[in-house]
Design a protein around this ligand. Structure first.
Ligand code: GLU
Length: 415
């Protein structure tokens, strides 16, 4: 029977694989298998036509053993409690791999934001913070952007929190616009960090980035930044897909021109510099690298055996199911796991939080240099763990992370 795991079950099975290798104490594992706290809220929003709509909102704090819960807020029709829990789970281990002083959190609202006017979107963002104001705080739980949320939404959330508390605390969330205490380099950070991870992996395989062919699923904030940086480094982005479908150009897509097209039309569809292709075939193309940069559960037992690429660069959270992992491992496909490769975003969020607390801001060069250094170090830790323990990179990333978090849990005497 085809595997039918929820995101939370996928996350739990990944942790179990690492715990087995580490001989992790049962009580520590049990503590980490579920979030410490989840909050579900109803968010009433006055719509432009005078009616009121009620939206379901969530915040999950998976772990606060190492520091405040940290993680984005997603606005998407597919958001549900299980997904938010899994996303917060992945944040804990992501922050752990990078050695950031944070636990894991994630939030979301079940909504199709494309159906809201700008002012409805503002009221929803403010309503979300009003409903969860006592959960958030610079030392408690620090939100950030995720799928379909951005700097403008963070600005409204920051302001609503300030209205409630009668003072602005810039460190209560990250991913803010620069004038409101945001960090230089934050917008592209996830894409940039992913590229550093890929370059480190290519070095290990004795491969050059120049001329490498790449297919990217998702052309939002993160996928587009990665594609742009990769193209600048000489990679050939031959295929890109989004919800409108796929586009293909064997000579490489002009990413800057595509960005202009997307900003004008909202989608990659009808871009004049490429041919249309079925979006669902994106992972089956004969390319060197495939990049899932959209949502979870897209590399499954249904399509994993059709993967021809040598490397999977996971920019989305949770794109690969355990069965797909197994199939690709057997085929010799190198999977660069999400909790390592997409950690650039939360790493620069951490830099933003530090800068807010200092009240002193770094240049873009400094941010990027620190990000590159952190990503390289973390890659090396994970790579070495994989070699020492003869495990794949995902299990190794969890092992690096679980060691840190488990130690903190034990030292504090939580279990
Ligand atoms: N939403 C991003 C992630 O999944 C960033 C989280 C953050 O910056 O806190 O990693």
């Amino acid at each position: 029977m085809a595997e039918q795991l929820t995101p939370m079950q996928i996350a739990q099975s990944q942790l179990k694989a690492a715990a087995d290798k580490l001989d992790l104490e049962e009580s520590v594992l049990e503590m980490l298998m579920e979030p410490e706290r989840v909050v579900c809220v109803r968010i009433p929003v006055k719509m432009d036509d005078g009616t009121t709509k009620i939206f379901n909102g969530y915040r999950s704090q998976h772990s606060t053993a190492i520091g405040p819960a940290k993680g984005g807020v997603r606005f998407h029709p597919g958001v549900n409690l299980d997904e938010v829990k899994a996303l917060s789970f992945w944040m804990t281990f992501k922050c752990g791999v990078l050695g950031l002083p944070y636990g894991g959190g994630k939030g979301g609202v079940q909504v199709d934001p494309t159906k809201l006017s700008r002012s409805e979107l503002e009221r929803l963002s403010r309503g979300y913070v009003r409903a969860l104001a006592d959960v958030f705080g610079a030392d408690l739980d620090v939100p950030a952007p995720d799928v379909n949320t951005n700097g403008q939404i963070m600005a409204w959330m920051l302001d609503e929190y300030a209205v409630i508390n009668r003072k602005t605390d810039f460190a209560m969330l990250t991913g803010k616009p620069i004038v409101l205490g945001g960090s230089k380099g934050r917008v592209e950070a996830t894409g940039r960090g992913a590229v550093v991870t890929l370059l480190e992996a290519l070095k290990k395989l004795d491969m050059d980035i120049k001329g490498r062919t790449v297919a990217v699923q998702g052309f939002g904030n993160v996928g587009s930044a990665a594609a742009d940086i990769l193209a600048d480094l000489g990679a050939k982005i031959v295929a890109i897909s989004d919800i409108s479908g796929g586009i293909y150009n064997e000579n490489g897509i002009d990413i800057k021109a595509l960005l202009e097209h997307r900003d004008k039309t909202g989608f990659v569809k009808d871009f004049s510099g490429a041919e249309p292709m079925p979006g669902e075939k994106i992972f089956e193309l004969p390319v060197d690298v495939i990049v899932p940069a959209a949502l979870e559960n897209v590399l499954t037992e249904e399509n994993a055996h059709k993967v021809q690429a040598k490397i999977v660069l996971e920019i989305a959270n949770g794109p690969t199911t355990p069965k797909a992992d197994e199939i690709m491992r057997e085929k010799g496909v190198l999977v660069l796991p999400d909790i390592l490769s997409n950690a650039g975003g939360v790493t620069v969020s951490y830099f933003e939080w530090v800068q807010n607390r200092y009240g002193y801001f770094w240049s873009e060069e400094e941010v990027n240099a620190r990000l590159t250094q952190k990503m390289k170090e973390s890659f090396a830790n994970v790579w070495n763990m994989a070699k020492e323990s003869s495990v794949d990179l995902r299990t190794a990333a969890y092992m690096v992370s679980v060691k840190r978090i488990g130690e903190a849990i034990k030292l504090r005497g939580i279990v």
